[in-house]
Structure formats: structure tokens, C-alpha cells
Design a protein around this ligand. Structure first.
Ligand code: ADP
Ligand code: ADP
Length: 222
């Protein structure tokens, strides 16, 4: 089934900066799509529109996921954790917005932390964690509600190459285990080829989609 369709979407900032033009994309269940292009080509703008965090100037976006907290997982470039709250309380946030008490969802939180390799860190504070671990907590928070669709905006951009590679591997395993649908923004050709099965290549200016490529995985995925 179709989870989201982006129809001829454009975004102009302050009536002057054309960030995106005529973007169309259909996201189906199980897709792992990357938006690839150089800095400034409109990738973040496209992802923010897909998250519903900003509104398109032209065109429209249709979601086939429920409009409620936690039905869409979003991961930003910065881990955006609340520094005064523990790992567990941070991951709880989308459940809390749905009205669930912490004690009623401890199991789900532990499972999300296990999926990102951080079970046991429930009571730690963000300042005690490395950059890669904070990013893992962010990912756990995005998937604790088991969203049908996860949107990620260059989640590993701020990390060193080795941690990045490890998290890329873990993300593939995670997607295989959860069967989730991911739209992923990156300026790394390596990441887009390694992770996704469809690459939307965007032009530097003026925010246009150049082409959509299917990735024929060079190794079997199960
Ligand atoms: P990318 O994620 O590919 O680096 P962005 O989507 O962040 O690209 O930006 C696309 C263009 O839109 C850039 O020229 C950027 O400066 C501009 N832009 C992005 N956000 C805003 C904003 N809030 N106000 C004005 N211009 C913006
Ligand atoms: P990554 O970010 O990819 O998980 P790091 O290189 O940041 O890896 O850290 C390596 C490992 O060291 C982590 O996976 C974690 O098990 C452990 N570690 C790092 N920082 C801490 C910490 N503050 N407390 C406990 N263990 C830590």
C-alpha cells in the first residue's frame, strides 16, 4: 500500500528563495528511499514538508498514516534530546503525547532501546552518552511507537566515519527486523547506495528532482 504521495510540491521562502520545485514522489510500504543531492538543493525542505512541519507553497502531500502523535517517526541531524531527562524519559516522549504513563510503556521503551543497542542505558542522561549513542536514542524515540513511516534528515552527518558506518549497518538490520518504511536525506552517495532501494537525485539549483534510480543491491538482503 501507499503511505505518502507528494504531488508537484514546491517551496518558496519569503517570496524569493526557491528551495524546491515540482517534486513528486510516491512512498509505498517497505520502501527505503534516499533523497540525494548537494547542500542547498532542498533535501531538508522536502523532508520537513513530508513531516508536516512546514507547508508547501505549491502542490500537495497526502499521507495514508493516521494523523496522531507517533504515527510518523522523525529523526533530525541533531539528536534533539531533552538534556534534563533520562534516556528512558526521552524515548517515552511520543508515548507520553498519546497519554501513556511511563510505567505502562517501559516494555516498549526497553524494546526500542534494545533495537538500537542501548538496553541498559534507561537511567543515563544524554550528557553521559557519545554522539553516536545520542543518535541511537533519537532513533529509538522515533520508532518506539512503531510508526509506519520514518523520516530521517541526515541523521549521521555530525558523526565520525567509523560510527557512521556502524550506524548505517545497524539501520539496515533494523529495517529488516521491523519492516519499516524509511525516507532518508543524505548528501553521501555511499549512504544512498548502501541503504536505500530507491534514490531520488536532486539538482543543486533550483531544487528540482533530476531522476529517480532503483538500486540493485550488490549483495542479498533478507
Ligand atoms: P539541503 O537540505 O539540501 O541542504 P535546504 O532544504 O536546507 O537544502 O535548503 C534549500 C534552499 O532553501 C537553500 O537555498 C536554503 O538557503 C533555503 N532555505 C531553507 N530553509 C529556509 C528558510 N527557513 N528561510 C529561507 N530560506 C531557506
Ligand atoms: P557508538 O556511538 O557507535 O555506539 P562509540 O564509539 O560512541 O560507539 O562508543 C563505543 C561504545 O562505548 C558504545 O557503544 C558504548 O557501549 C560504550 N560507551 C561510550 N560512551 C559510554 C558512556 N558514557 N558510558 C558507558 N558506555 C559508553
Amino acid at each position: 500500500p501507499e503511505l505518502m504521495s507528494v504531488n508537484g510540491v514546491g517551496k518558496v521562502f519569503n517570496g524569493a528563495t526557491v528551495a524546491l520545485q515540482g517534486m513528486s514522489l510516491t512512498v509505498r510500504q517497505g520502501d527505503f528511499i534516499s533523497l540525494l543531492g548537494p547542500s542547498g538543493c532542498g533535501k531538508s525542505t522536502a523532508l520537513r514538508l513530508m513531516s508536516g512541519l512546514s507547508l508547501p507553497t505549491t502542490g500537495s502531500i497526502r499521507w495514508a498514516v493516521p494523523q496522531e502523535p507517533g504515527s510518523l517517526g522523525v529523526v533530525f541531524q541533531e539528536p534533539t534530546l531533552m538534556p534534563w531527562a533520562t534516556v528512558e524519559q526521552n524515548v517515552w516522549l511520543p508515548m507520553r503525547l498519546r497519554g501513556a504513563s511511563l510505567s505502562s510503556v517501559r516494555g516498549e521503551i526497553s524494546e526500542a532501546l534494545r533495537l538500537v543497542g542501548l538496553d541498559g542505558f534507561q537511567r543515563a542522561y544524554p550528557r553521559e552518552l557519545s554522539g553516536g549513542m545520542k543518535m541511537r536514542v533519537s532513533i529509538a524515540r522515533a520508532l518506539v511507537t512503531r510508526p509506519k513511516l520514518i523520516l530521517m534528515d541526515e541523521p549521521f552527518a555530525a558523526l565520525d566515519e567509523i560510527t557512521r558506518f556502524k550506524l548505517n549497518n545497524d539501520l539496515l538490520t533494523l529495517q529488516a527486523e521491523l519492516g519499516c518504511t524509511v525516507v532518508f536525506v543524505t548528501h553521501s552517495v555511499f549512504e544512498s547506495v548502501f541503504l536505500s532501494d530507491r534514490i531520488v537525485v536532486m539538482a543543486a539549483r533550483p531544487g528540482r528532482v533530476l531522476r529517480e534510480l532503483a538500486v540493485d543491491a550488490p549483495y542479498p538482503r533478507d
